[in-house]
Unconditional design. Structure first.
Length: 305
């Protein structure tokens, strides 16, 4: 089954070039089936890039998904045309009475700030609280993972001396979980962050389960509420060239960013990257949709509690 997306969303044409089957609202209305409703709160600066990255992964499922993009009323993005935001995004205030089978909250370029110093923190915490009663399962990514762990469970974040930057091997600690169905013992995950959470803080909280980690990049995936919340500290959704663009953007402008680890062929930034995470990225998102959204959400979406 395809994804159901807003008419004229730029990602549609981009993904069609990759032979990914998507459909716009006009065609989807002709199908007599209840699609799974997925809300995406996209806090990344390059909205269209992140939209495409996430939709690419969500497309790898036999279920029909209806994607809705959420934005913050308390924050105006600087790197995306206002016309795009007005056409494809709605304020949280316009969506708060609706319920969703799944939700994804992305990272944001504010991780070096204290959470309370982020100018949209109050609205973010309202959304975090709302998601618990209006969404069956929520994925928190990178900064959102740290923010969600802090807000819901009091887990602090810690600054890193150098940016955690590159592709790092991860180990599944509970391989029997459905989220890891089909996974190898070790999988790769891109990381791009200046802060971290500590495993001891996670393990000390009985409401949290540390389900994947890395000897190099630390805490990787944390699960809570039997899969109604997942906190992913890396970026499985990243496209092959994302770290390359970040490295070339920051090179010469920051002294805390080295060349991404385990990324370029022969560790040569003049050569293309070696993509080692894409298969597990597709698998994780498919498992999330199947086992933690589709098989757990009520058919009557209004029964989500």
């Amino acid at each position: 089954m395809p994804l159901r997306l807003p008419d004229k969303l730029p990602a549609i044409e981009l993904l069609k070039q990759e032979n990914i089957f998507v459909m716009d609202d006009s065609r989807a209305h002709m199908q007599d089936i209840r699609p799974l409703r997925i809300a995406i709160l996209n806090l990344m600066p390059l909205k269209i890039t992140t939209e495409t990255d996430l939709i690419r992964l969500l497309s790898n499922t036999p279920l029909q998904l209806e994607i809705s993009f959420m934005k913050l009323k308390s924050h105006t993005p600087k790197n995306t045309p206002i016309e795009h935001m007005m056409m494809f995004y709605r304020d949280f205030e316009q969506m708060r009475l609706e319920k969703y089978d799944g939700m994804i909250i992305t990272g944001a370029p504010v991780e070096t700030l204290d959470f309370e110093d982020v100018n949209y923190w109050d609205e973010m915490t309202e959304i975090f609280s709302w998601a618990r009663t209006h969404v069956t399962s929520t994925l928190y990514i990178c900064w959102a993972a740290q923010a969600g762990l802090y807000y819901h469970y009091g887990i602090p974040k810690y600054p890193l001396q150098k940016k955690m930057f590159g592709i790092f091997p991860q180990v599944t600690l509970e391989p029997q979980l459905p989220i890891f169905r089909g996974f190898d013992d070790v999988f790769q995950m891109p990381h791009s962050r200046h802060t971290e959470v500590h495993r001891d803080d996670i393990l000390a909280n009985p409401a949290l389960s540390l389900i994947a980690e890395s000897a190099e990049s630390g805490v990787s995936i944390v699960m809570a509420r039997e899969g109604r919340e997942f906190f992913i500290t890396g970026h499985l959704e990243y496209a092959p060239d994302t770290l390359d663009k970040e490295y070339k953007r920051d090179k010469g402008h920051r002294d805390d960013v080295d060349m991404p680890i385990n990324y370029y062929r022969d560790d040569n930034p003049d050569l293309p990257p070696v993509v080692t995470w894409r298969a597990h990225a597709n698998l994780l998102y498919s498992n999330w949709i199947n086992y933690y959204v589709y098989q757990e959400t009520p058919y009557d979406i209004n029964q989500i509690r």
